[in-house]
Each structure stands twice: as C-alpha cells, then as structure tokens.
Design a protein around this ligand. Structure first.
Ligand code: GLC
Length: 646
C-alpha cells in the first residue's frame, strides 16, 4: 500500500550491529557484580592511598534492567542501586560491568587493536594542499577512506597546536588519580569561575575526540563509564526528579570527608542535571552526545568490549527509552524546553530545535549500530528504526529552506483543513522575515531552526546544520546546499572568527521579548549570534564528509590568526566577530579542543568516519516509500522494493 503508516511498520526489529555477542556476557539473566572496588583516601590532606574494598552487588538484570513500554517485559530501574553507586567512589572502570582485569584504569591504548593507521602523522594540510586535493578528488573521502598519503606533504610542527595540547592537558580532571574529563575553562585570570570548573558532557566531546585521535583512549573510556554511573542520579528540583536515563549537564570531582572519619577524605563525583544550572535547564543533548562518543570510541580504538557491557547497553536503552517515550506529540521530532542544548539559556528555541533533532538522529543511528540484538530489545529497535525514518522525512521535508521553498511559502494558502494540506503547519507568509528575503542565496539552502504550528524559526543555527550533514539527517543534496550557503554567506557566518552560533541576531523588541532582555545575550553576543570557535570541529567533520575540506581549512586559517593571541576565548562578539566576547571565559577548553580536532581531522580526513553516519539502504528505501506516499511530492521511488512495504 505504500502509505506512511505502512512504511512505519516495515522494520522487523533487526538492527545491523557490529557486536558479536557472547550470550554468556550479554544474557539478561546474567549477574552483574562489582568487586574489587577501590577507595582513594586522603589522610591529613597529604598522600593518597588506595584501599581495595570487596563488595558484590548482584543484580538480577531481568528485574533491574531494560526499557519499559517496548517489549511487554516489566522492568525496574537502577534507583536502588544508585545509592550504592554513589558510595562506590573511585571504582575501577572495569569493575562496573562485572569484568575485572586486575588493574586500576588500565590504559588499554597499547593492548587494543587500534584502527590507528588512521591517526598517524604530523601531516597538516594547508589551503593550497586542499585545493590541490580537491582537484584530485575522488569519492573515497565521502566513504571515510583516508586520503592517499602522497597528497599530504607539508609536515610541520605547529606552535599553536603545541600550545593547544599543553592547555588541553592542563584542563584534565582526575578522579582517584585517573583522567576522567576536562573542565570547561581553565582561566587563571578569572575569579568568577561559576560552574566552568566542572566537566560538562557536551564540552568534553571535542576533548574526547582529540584524545581519541591522538590514540589516548583511557580518558574517554573512563569518562564514558563514570558518566554512565551518574545517569539519572537521585537528584531533584523542588521534589521533582528528572526522567530516568537523563545524563547530567556537568559534574564536579569533589573531595569530601570520609564517612565516620574526620581525618580522611575521599573523592566523589557530583553531577548537575540542571537543578543548579542557571535557569534550571535540562541537558537533553548530554545523553545523545554520550552515545555518539561511545560509538566513536569503539570505532577508533577497536575496543568493542565497552559498548558490549551490560551496563553500557542498559545506559543506551535508558537514553533511548526517554527519547522515544510516547507523549502528546504530533511530530517525530523531540519536544524540548528552551536551553536544552549548547544554547543553554532562553533564546526562543523551545519546541523542536534543529540541534537536538540532529543529535537525536545521530544518536539513534549510532545506537542502532551498537545495540546487541536480543529478544528484549526487538521492540526498542523497531521503535528506533521507525523513528529514524519519520524523523528524517519530517526534517528534510519541512525544515528545508531555499529560494524555491521560500517562494512556495510566500504563496502559501492558509487555514487548510484537510489531510492533504500543502501548508500543513498553517504558516502565515507574513512570517517570512525581511532579512531572509534579501539573505537567501540563489544557490544553497539550510535547515531552519525550529518548526511548530504556525511558526517557523528562520534563523540559521550552525550546529544543527553541521550535525545534520554529519549524521545524514540532511540528504546529500541538502548537505551540499548547506555548504554552498556557508560559502555564499561567509562574511556573515564566519567574518573574523568562525563560527556564528546562529544568524542573524535577535534585536530590539524581539530581543526583549524572546530573551527576556537577557544582558548576556545582547545582539551579536554569546548565544545571540556570537561566534564560537569550538564549532570549528563540527564544521570540519561536515566538510570532510562532503569532500569539501577546503571550506574548513579556510575557517581554521582565520581562527589561527587570533585564537591563541586572544587566549582561546569561549566566544566572540559583534557582527564581524571582532571583539572577544563581553563575558567570555578565556582558555575555554572546547575552543582549544575544537581547534585541535579540526587540525587533526584535516591532517587525516579518513579519521572523521568515527563521527559520520551514512544512510543505511534500508532507511533510504523506507524513506523513499514515505516520500512516494506524500501527496505533495512524488519522487525517488525508483529504488523502492516491494518487500519494505506492508
Ligand atoms: C555555556 C554554554 C554551554 C556550555 C557551558 C560550559 O553555558 O552555553 O553550551 O556547555 O557554557 O562551557
């Protein structure tokens, strides 16, 4: 029948996976035990000793793990055990999953089987190299194959890169002597650190990728396993707990007195789910980034044992369950409050912001690869597949804007009560902002920031667009068009420092109403169209995927002119990004790491495949069936196979 409804049922629940699951280690009924825990104790604030403590927490996983609502099995969560976890300070990462190796946070870098030929050299591409590369371009980069090494010649030791590595290492936070993350900013000139001395989940992603690309896997592994333990800690805001599966926005390593012993201290991890954050915003993006990093770790290190662990599999499922839970929504996009992602204060992005949708899609694609196929997850995997198709259809169809589409909206009829309305969301053409009429280039387009009933947020949000390319949420044509627009609008989006977080700024009354007159988000500052150097790395991955690395090289060159001299600011202000941001922290870690990741990937573009997800033919097919079912557009049915239509 080929209807959208029919297509949504096409998946049998079998996800492609790269896990060769050993039933004994993955069986749901298997015991989950902690043993050989270690507590790091500081006496008289002097030397640290590690005392082995033996404990065993046996959890019958058939009672404790799983996801409600996807399989009919009844599950409970880990609430009870959270308390135990919170007292399990300084656990050895290996011990969480019931596997012990006898070493304290073994640096597995040497033991693993790294796909490390990808990460191998000090070769750095400059603009000319890339131009030459582009001329010689083959399709190989888009499938992630490394560039022929003969084309990468100029090896040089870059002093800015060297400085960046030193600063990045200085920002590493340790927990019981092991690296566990990087703090948000390490600014010796600032007395007002707020919570920038914490490890933010989203901020750590570029740090983690930089370490992975360098072959330093242990910090990422520790981060993944320890943040997993923080997932949905027993924290509340005014007696209300966040949803199970929520990952914290940040955490801090605190030294506290050891219970019952005044002369001793121990280290604990103290997470913040938004209950202390300015504005009490929930970090919806944290869990999505966690899944993306987990996949990247497995891909580059070759160590699939982390993603195969029962606790990690459960963590993935809990995040998915939270995201896939039924609600009141009519749309397949995730409904979130304002400030639930990188833009973590009021900026009028509540609803279905693009950034969250792109990360959601990327996390679903990544989880699809990593979830072990077992009876208990069949329904979850089916729900995941269906959501992927519906989500990509929705975004590609309704978020896309270019000159042609804008003209279509300009001529929209409104108040269409029918099943096959063209103007489904009842968008009034008067909403088209005057700036966009001038701004939209003849060639190129982008995904808008948000879509709600009778509301399109036409602002360009960079991260959402970059990650839609990286994850394959945007089609290949759309991805190229986004990069075309970036090239056409370089002076607006990059100017003197890459990259504007959004464009254009909210000004005047709009700024007053939408931000609540936020003095930090004045026009062309901070989240209100300020420029964020960290965005370099996401831009670079997107450009590499589309075989257009020259764009990223140009952006890196612009950043290099000032970023080190300006002491690695968090963001820049003004329309042309000429000033260091009004309240920008200096030595901001993700500015440093974002730059490093961009450099490392341009030196070895093949390594970007740890972040990229390509469309699966099953999804392409299901998607094209769906397009065929859309009364407004008939296209792309050539490859549809009857077997996918029910
Ligand atoms: C700001 C940013 C947020 C970031 C945090 C720490 O709040 O908006 O995205 O995670 O600083 O750097």
């Amino acid at each position: 029948m080929g209807t959208a409804e029919g297509v949504l049922q096409v998946f049998s629940g079998v996800a492609p996976h790269n896990l060769c699951s050993d039933p004994s280690s993955n069986a749901l009924g298997s015991a989950y035990s902690f043993n050989s825990r270690l507590i790091s104790t500081k006496r008289n604030a002097s030397k640290k000793i590690k005392i082995p403590v033996y404990a065993s927490v046996r959890l019958s996983t058939s009672r404790t793990y799983g996801v409600q609502g996807f399989g009919g099995s009844s599950y409970k969560y880990r609430n009870i055990d959270r308390l135990k976890f919170s007292s399990c300070r300084c656990q050895r990462a290996e011990s969480f999953g019931g596997k012990t190796t006898g070493n304290w946070f073994v640096d597995s870098a040497d033991d693993l089987n790294p796909l490390n030929t990808m990460v191998n050299g000090p070769h750095v591409l400059n603009f000319d190299d890339v131009k030459q590369l582009k001329e010689e371009k083959t399709d190989s980069m888009s499938n992630g194959a490394p560039i022929a090494s003969s084309t990468i010649h100029r090896a040089k030791v870059d002093p800015i890169e060297e400085e960046a590595w030193d600063l990045l290492r200085d920002s590493v936070a340790y927990y019981c002597g092991s690296p566990i993350g990087t703090i948000a900013a390490n600014d010796p000139t600032s007395s007002n650190v707020l919570n920038y001395d914490q490890v933010f989940i989203r901020d750590f992603i570029p740090s983690g990728i930089a370490f992975l690309l360098k072959g330093e896997y242990d910090i990422v592994r520790n981060f993944i396993l320890h943040t997993l333990q923080l997932q949905s800690w027993e924290k509340t805001m005014d007696c209300h707990s966040p949803g199970q599966g929520l990952m914290p926005a940040s955490f801090k390593v605190r030294t506290v007195p050891l219970d019952g012993d005044d002369s001793a201290t121990e280290e604990v991890l103290d997470p913040d789910f938004g209950e202390a954050a300015i504005g009490r915003v929930a970090p919806v993006d944290s869990g999505l980034w966690w899944i993306i990093l987990l996949r990247a770790y497995g891909k580059i290190s070759g160590d699939l044992s982390v993603q195969e662990r029962i606790d990690v599999q459960t963590g993935i499922k809990m995040i998915l369950k939270l995201c896939l839970a039924d609600g009141f929504d009519m749309f397949p996009t995730l409904l979130v409050t304002d400030g639930s992602c990188m833009i973590d204060r009021r900026m009028g992005i509540h609803g279905h912001p693009l950034e969250i949708q792109a990360l959601f899609y990327s996390a679903l694609m990544s989880a699809r690869e990593m979830l072990a196929p077992e009876d208990g997850s069949a329904d979850l995997i089916r729900a995941l597949n269906n959501r992927l198709v519906a989500l990509s259809f929705h975004i590609r169809e309704y978020y896309w804007i270019d000159l042609r589409k804008l003209n279509e909206i300009y001529r929209y009829k409104t108040e269409e009560y029918s099943y096959d309305a063209v103007n489904k969301f009842n968008i009034y053409p008067d909403q088209i902002p005057p700036w966009l009429v001038e701004w939209i280039p003849n060639r190129g387009g982008y995904l808008i920031g948000n879509l709600q009933p009778a509301h399109m947020d036409f602002r360009f949000f960079s991260l959402g667009n970059f990650w839609s390319i990286v994850s394959g949420l945007a089609t290949m044509d759309q991805s190229h068009a986004i990069l075309d627009l970036i090239e056409a609008k370089w002076a607006d989006l990059v100017a003197d420092m890459p990259f504007k977080i959004s464009y254009p700024a909210l000004e005047g009354q709009e700024w007053q109403i939408i931000t609540g007159s936020d003095p930090k988000n004045t026009p062309w500052s901070y989240h209100n169209a300020g420029s964020w150097p960290t965005l370099l790395w996401q831009l670079t991955v997107a450009c590499i995927k589309m075989n257009r690395a020259d764009i990223a090289v140009k952006a890196v060159e612009i950043a290099e002119r000032r970023i080190s001299r300006d002491r690695w600011p968090e963001y820049y202000d003004t329309k042309r990004s000429r000033f260091i941001g009004k309240q920008a922290h200096l030595f901001q870690t993700w500015s440093i790491a974002g730059y490093l990741v961009a450099k490392l990937l341009l030196a070895d573009p093949g390594a970007a495949k740890i972040l990229i997800t390509d469309e699966d033919p099953e999804l392409v097919n299901a998607f094209s069936c769906m397009i065929g079912a859309n009364p407004r557009r008939k296209r792309g049915r050539k490859n549809s196979k009857q077997s996918y239509i029910v």
